[in-house]
Design a binder for this molecule. Sequence first.
Ligand code: PLP
Length: 382
Amino acid sequence: MTGIDTRLIHAGEPEPRIEGAVSMPIFQSSTFDYRGEGSYYALRYIRLNNTPNHVALHAKLAAIEGAQAALVTASGMAAVSTTLISLLAAGDRVMAQDCLYGGTHDLMRIEFPRMNLGVDFVDGGNAASWRENLTARTRAIYVETISNPLMQVADLRAAVEFARAHGLISIIDNTFASPVNFRPAGLGFDLSIHSGTKYLNGHSDIVAGAIIGRADLIAQINRTLGHLGASLDPHACFLLHRGLKTLGVRVRYQNASALALARYLAAHPKVASVNYPGLENDPGHARARELFDGFGGMMSFELRGDVAAAEACLDHLTLPISAPSLGGVETLITRPVKTSHSGMPPTERERAGIREGLIRLSVGLEATEDLIADFARALEAC
Ligand code: PLP
């Protein structure tokens, strides 16, 4: 198999090139002529996720994670919800890491009961505790590679082994790591999910999702996706396809920049704590070093002082943009309590360790020294 950077450029590209086009053209056609297709799902139609733009993206995504198959969706949440809805039947349960992206947590907490689906939240780092949360109806285990927003690294190897031992489907949200830093199929995960809105696209200009993994499960999920209608439109496919080609250079730069910034913040007297698996004293460091090719561009931290201190620091920064979302070329900063995790009940947030003053940072592609200088000025002033 070629290196991931080669696969990002060449895997899935149409052969021969369409009219010689070096870039994948946009097929802005909802429907295609009937050529005797034998089943409804084989008809070429945007909602059925099988136009040339979808087909090329699916092959590229599967190739970069070394998996059997892939599927793009209208958003990251469409990927999460469609996966779970298609694999679970009424009465089934999921065992999920307790610290997850707020939208995923809300889906399990708010929507699941209405469908008679259950969730058991567990400490992703404490594999010994999972056994007692297993029920006869548990069907899947769900973790994030690097959790949002505390950057915890669950016991991923144990999650795969636990799933195999108990006949569960293992699902991992690989958004924060990106396929450059971690390829779940290699460790044995059945399915990997992405908010393609983030690193995969990388330019903060579309919302998209991806599901990558076992071909039989992807085929099953694709049918449900067609029923739910959460397909990705061809123009967004084109932008995601274009963004993917630079994923390797972007993520490796972000890995290096985030590590330098995390080290700077961890040593600053006004910073109380930094969550970043690349720091040697981080609880997830040993696992991250063993399993990942890089520690990622995401971190979170708390300042000494109250929420007002955190807000003052954000106000004094000039380069990072105060906005939710992540994984783009521009550095984004946010307080999760106000954005990504505002839907989570305060008691559950506190239990998970997501405090009011927590600041989450997505390191972009600006010069590292400019970012560090900006933080130095802001911390001096607050
Ligand atoms: N998974 C993670 C880890 C996320 O951070 C997000 C969004 O922030 C999602 C899934 C949902 O993605 P989207 O906003 O593309 O629906």
